[in-house]
Each structure stands twice: as structure tokens, then as C-alpha cells.
Ligand binder design. Structure first.
Ligand SMILES: Nc1ncnc2c1ncn2[C@@H]1O[C@H](COP(=O)(O)OP(=O)(O)OP(=O)(O)O)[C@@H](O)[C@H]1O
Ligand SMILES: [Mg+2]
Length: 432
């Protein structure tokens, strides 16, 4: 099927898609071409680049347009319930399953399911998804009866799924099955003049909403805007125009004013800074806490793992005996680790000047060591310490949630953790 220019224009108007860059046009053309088929589409693109808009276009241009369209964020559903959400469960399938429930694949029969952030789907669920894609079959949790359904799947990801395949986190067979038709949504920074078109469109939209004249850019400001990287893509541009439309009295925006609204680039802590620091709401101290917390967690996890492996291998106990210090003095290690980190940053420009009291814990160290002890030690260390990293982590989470209007997805992104991890931590820290 050939998509004519006029048809492409019609699609843009109907779905409110602004832009004329060749990569956007190509992606839209592919979407329009595959829409009438039942082929599975994998949409790849950075956050805020418009992936969800593409999934809607595909559904509404398909013969399934009168059927249901359901968008599911695979990263937001807890691992324990995702199978039941997608495929349903029988009464009594697990504790709390008082009634049988239909899953999305059953209720969307004849329609389209959009699986957003499909890379976050747990491994076990991936096998169920593969079956429904290959044979149109699924089995409810707690049932043995095979059921049929006719659902078209459009999936999206903002991570490189092939990396996930190589890391053993995503099934290779599912990857190829999902990407029957791959569509790449280009990042805004690579759409050239589309940036200006979008700016103008959003400026008009917000002028109508706030009953003010639309904001405009001076040539110098325009140049700055076109060079900006837009890590948050169209969503970021829209928010920027929204903020400037509300806050500026002068409707003519020069370069200097625009720069005040753009996040500052800073040379230190480059990776984390891009993820967190550019939001202005997180201090370097917050960032360092985050790094420390992750490091300590990783180290403890490693120790547990090594101990477990050694215990399970025949030669392991021998090695444990040879390295008694490492395992017997684990409590010392944890407190020393924290002390050394503290002193390392004590005199630094950003860090703490209060003394930690975790050293006391080492006195309680005994010579017998078992895995359960590690948990105890960790807990003890965290609760008896005024500067507990856990407390700081909780603060960071609350801060990120506040900043993002309680939207977990964006808070998780700011924190550099998955939405599922954030969900778990909110529960763990009992955050409202
Ligand atoms: N070409 C476009 N023209 C106008 N608005 C657009 C365009 N593409 C996307 N948008 C708007 O930008 C916002 C972000 O788009 P969308 O939610 O589809 O992004 P996404 O890629 O799904 O992001 P995420 O990965 O964060 O879920 C939405 O408000 C959408 O309507
Ligand atoms: Mg999306």
C-alpha cells in the first residue's frame, strides 16, 4: 500500500501530529502502511518522543478501530500480579483471588493492546505473551484450560531491547516476534525545524488556554532552542512552552530569558547529573547519597551471593574457612565501609559534617555468620544511624514524587530506578 503525501497530511491533522521532518514522515508512513494488517509492531524511541501517539494511529487506522484499545505500562504493574492482569485468573488461584477475573487479553478480544515499556516485562510473562502472539492462546492463572483470543499487539520501548536480550533479560524469540514491523520514532533534536513548528503550535495552544498573546522567540532564542538536546523530547518542549507562557509578561523571548528556563549543563557528575541534577531540585549531596546507597547495596548483595555460591559448591566451605575474616567480620565491614565513605567525603565540598555512629555496631560482631544475619546487620546499621542512607533514600523518593506531581513513572525515571522498584520502595517506606 502506497501512502500519498495528501494522506500523510490527513493523518497528521487527524491525530494532531506536528512536524515535517523526513524521519518523522517515514515513521508515520510505515505506521499507516502496517495499520490495516494484524502485524505486531515494535515502536522504539526516547521518552516523550511520541510512541503512544503512534500506537493510537495504528489502532485507529486498522479494521479493529471499533474494538477496544488498551494501553498497559508493563513497568508499572507489580511482578506478582502482571500475569493475572494480562491473562486473568481463576477463583482461588492465589491468596486473595476471591473471584475469577478476566485479563486484558480476554476483554480486548477483537481490539488492540499497547504494551508500553515492554522491556520491563518479567521473564515468565514473556513466555505467556509469546504464546498468545504465536497461537492466539492463553491460560488464566490457576487454570489448565486453554482459551483463544484475537488481539493485535503494538509494543513500545525506550531502551534497546537487543541489549536486554544480550543481558538475558528479554527472550530473543519474543524480541523477533514483537519486532515484525519495527518503527523508530526519532528524537526531537533530530527533527530540525519541527522544533520551531511545535513551539509555535504549543505557544498558540497555551495562549488560548491562558487568554494571553502567544509567546514568540527572537532569532537568537530560536537558534538556542534548535541547538538544545531535549532529553525529554516533545513532552519537555511542551512543558517549557507552558511554563514560559504562564510566567513571562514580555511575550517576546530573547536568548537570555530562554536560557533561564532551560536546564543548566554542569560538567561534574555527568551521567547522574543528566538524570537528576538538571531538574534543579536535587542537590549534589542527594546525588552522592544515591551513589553511596547503591554502592553499599551492591556490595552487600555481592557478599551474600559469594557466600551462597561457596556454600553450594563442594570446595566452598574450604574457601569460606580460608577467608574467615571476610565473612565472619561482615558486620565490621559494613560499618567500616560506611565510615570510610564518610571520611572520604567529610572534607569534600558537598558532603556531610556530622559523624555517623555506625561504628558501634561492629562491637556486637560475633564469630558465627549466617545469611540471615546480614539482613539483621543491615537493618541495625540503618536504624541506629542518624544519617541513615535509607532515610535519605526515602527523602529522595518523596522529593522525586513531589516534583513529578506524584507520577511514579517520571519519579522513577528521575531516580534512575524502574517503576516497579519505586513501587516496592513506596510500600517499604510506607510513603503515602
Ligand atoms: N509530532 C507531535 N506533534 C505534537 N504533539 C506530539 C507529537 N508527538 C508527541 N506529541 C505529544 O507529546 C507528548 C508525549 O508523547 P507520548 O506520550 O506519545 O510520548 P512517549 O514516547 O510515549 O513517551 P514515554 O516513553 O515517556 O511514555 C504527548 O502529549 C503527545 O501528544
Ligand atoms: Mg508513552
Amino acid at each position: 500500500m502506497v501512502i500519498e503525501q495528501a494522506e500523510l497530511l490527513g493523518i497528521k491533522q487527524r491525530f494532531g501530529i506536528i512536524g515535517n521532518s523526513s524521519r518523522l514522515n517515514y515513521a508515520l508512513t510505515v505506521a499507516a502502511q502496517v495499520a490495516p494488517t494484524d502485524m505486531t509492531v515494535l515502536i522504539t524511541g526516547e521518552s516523550g518522543s511520541g510512541k503512544e501517539s503512534f500506537s493510537k494511529i495504528i489502532h485507529h487506522l486498522s479494521p479493529r478501530k471499533h474494538g477496544q484499545f488498551i494501553a498497559i505500562n508493563c513497568g508499572a504493574i507489580p511482578e506478582g500480579t502482571i500475569d493475572s492482569e494480562l491473562f486473568g485468573h481463576e477463583k482461588g488461584a492465589f491468596t486473595g483471588a476471591q473471584e475469577a477475573r478476566k485479563g486484558y487479553f480476554e476483554v480486548t478480544n477483537g481490539g488492540t493492546i499497547f504494551l508500553d515499556e515492554v522491556g520491563e516485562m518479567p521473564f515468565g510473562t514473556q513466555a505467556r505473551l509469546l504464546r498468545v502472539l504465536e497461537y492466539g492462546e492463553f491460560i488464566k492463572v490457576g487454570s489448565s484450560k486453554v482459551q483463544k483470543t484475537d488481539v493485535r499487539v503494538v509494543a513500545a520501548t525506550n531502551v534497546n531491547l537487543l541489549d536486554a536480550v544480550n543481558n538475558g533479560k528479554f527472550r530473543e524469540d519474543l524480541y523477533y516476534r514483537l519486532s515484525q514491523v519495527p518503527i523508530t520514532v526519532p528524537p526531537l533534536r533530530e527533527r530540525g525545524n519541527d522544533i520551531e513548528l511545535l513551539f509555535r503550535k504549543f505557544a498558540i495552544d497555551f495562549s488560548e488556554r491562558y487568554h494571553r498573546k502567544p509567546i514568540q522567540l527572537t532569532p537568537e532564542a530560536k537558534e538556542i532552542l534548535l541547538k538544545y538536546r531535549f532529553p525529554g523530547n516533545i513532552r519537555e518542549l511542551k512543558n517549557l512552552v507552558d511554563r514560559m507562557s504562564v510566567m513571562l509578561n514580555d511575550r517576546q523571548i530573547d536568548g537570555e530569558t530562554l536560557l533561564e528556563f532551560l536546564p543548566q549543563e554542569r560538567p561534574s557528575l555527568p551521567t547522574l547529573y543528566n538524570r537528576l541534577g538538571d531538574q534543579n531540585n536535587f542537590s549534589e549531596r542527594d546525588l552522592l547519597y544515591k551513589v553511596l546507597f547503591e554502592m553499599r547495596h551492591d556490595l552487600n548483595e555481592l557478599k551474600k551471593l559469594v557466600h551462597q555460591v561457596l556454600q553450594n559448591e563442594n570446595y566452598g566451605n574450604h574457601i569460606i574457612e580460608q577467608h574467615q575474616d571476610l565473612f565472619n567480620n561482615l558486620k565490621d565491614d559494613i560499618s567500616k565501609q560506611e565510615e570510610s565513605l564518610e571520611s572520604r567525603y567529610d572534607s569534600g565540598p558537598y558532603f556531610l559534617n556530622t559523624k555517623s555512629k555506625v561504628g558501634d555496631i561492629s562491637k556486637e560482631s560475633d564469630n558465627t555468620y549466617d545469611l540471615e544475619n546480614i539482613e539483621d546487620i543491615t537493618l541495625e546499621a540503618e536504624t541506629s544511624d542518624d544519617l541513615s542512607l535509607e532515610k535519605k533514600e526515602k527523602e529522595l523518593i518523596v522529593k522525586a514524587l513531589k516534583k513529578n506531581g506524584n507520577k511514579r513513572k517520571y519519579a522513577a525515571r528521575d531516580l534512575g530506578i524502574s517503576e516497579r522498584t519505586l513501587y516496592r520502595k513506596i510500600k517499604q517506606y510506607e510513603i503515602d
